[in-house]
Write a protein that binds this ligand. Structure first.
Ligand SMILES: C[S@@+](CC[C@H](N)C(=O)[O-])C[C@H]1O[C@@H](n2cnc3c(N)ncnc32)[C@H](O)[C@@H]1O
Length: 278
């Protein structure tokens, strides 16, 4: 069978399951199997072997079951790097990329020591270490499996030696001072998890989504702790959920922080807050 025929079949099956990205997803699966860029697949027709056809069927069935494409291919691009992902970590989101630019500008040429709270796949800690040459970072997560996945993304890279990964909660960080604390914490209110799309609620780890009753449980912990572990003039960079801006700025103020920058996401929601101790 030819690649274009297989793409048409796969795309039709996904469309019948009301998956909007049916064509793109089919192309991503097939290009992943054939180890070619998606663009190449579209330019040059390929003959599909029996073995690849069977692999394609298995992967397509997972997508028909609404499993996110990043878990099927075990990768997601984040700031131009393919991050390895597996079911124990949140899939890196484009919104999270927005956290990085202002920090790279702020700390360029300096050698910041930072803490990434809730590293998941390690996409944030990797990006900061990669884009800030002299930086060093500690990454923590309460999930051992997330730590193992983040290790895969950091080991054997040219930044791995500047990272220290530890399985612990933010409550357990003591006696250390950072130039920057950064976090994309779980921030969905518990009761809202059921309203998320099937891709998310059935496959992404609840631990990475669930922010407790009002979605603010872990955000509060990070803010409280940052008071004690940030150097004077240190920066706290937080990703927050839709509609949480007013509550989070209040908590920041109550804890002595002053916001100096905020960034909206592609849907015009305030998504990132940067603050410093007064
Ligand atoms: C929304 S995910 C973010 C993952 C990754 N940083 C990213 O941006 O894709 C939040 C992560 O925080 C971790 N986490 C939850 N509570 C935590 C806590 N109290 N201390 C440290 N990490 C925590 C979860 O295990 C999860 O991996």
């Amino acid at each position: 069978m030819k690649s274009s025929e297989l793409i048409n079949i796969g795309s039709k099956l996904l469309r019948e399951k009301k998956i909007d990205s049916h064509k793109l997803d089919t192309e991503i699966i097939l290009s992943h199997i054939l180890k070619v860029k998606r663009e190449q697949l579209l330019i040059r027709e390929k003959e599909i072997s029996h073995k690849d056809f069977n692999i394609f069927n298995k992967m397509l069935n997972r997508r028909l079951n609404k499993e996110p494409i990043a878990y099927i291919t075990n990768k997601k691009e984040f700031r131009s790097k393919n991050i390895y992902v597996a079911s124990n970590t949140l899939i890196p989101r484009p919104e999270t990329e927005l956290l990085i630019d202002p920090l790279v500008r702020k700390f360029k040429g300096k050698n910041p020591f930072f803490l990434d709270v809730g590293i998941g796949s390690g996409c944030i800690i990797y990006s900061l270490l990669n884009e800030l040459n002299g930086s060093r970072g500690i990454g923590i997560d309460i999930c051992n499996k997330a730590i193992s996945i983040a290790k895969i993304n950091l080991d054997n890279t040219n930044v791995g030696t500047r990272a220290n990964l530890q399985c612990k909660s933010i409550d357990q960080v003591f006696n250390i001072k950072f130039d920057l604390v950064i976090s994309n914490p779980p921030y969905i209110a518990r009761r809202e998890i059921n309203q998320l799309s099937e891709d998310i609620k059935n496959f992404e780890p609840k631990r990475a989504l669930n922010g407790g009753n009002d979605g603010l449980d872990v955000i509060k912990k990070v803010i409280y702790k940052s008071k004690y572990i940030l150097k004077l003039n240190g920066i706290l960079a937080l990703e927050i959920g839709t509609g949480q801006y007013i509550s989070v700025t209040q908590i920041l103020k109550q804890n002595g922080f002053r916001e100096f920058k905020k960034i909206k996401d592609y849907k015009d929601n305030i998504r990132c807050i940067f603050s410093t101790l007064l």
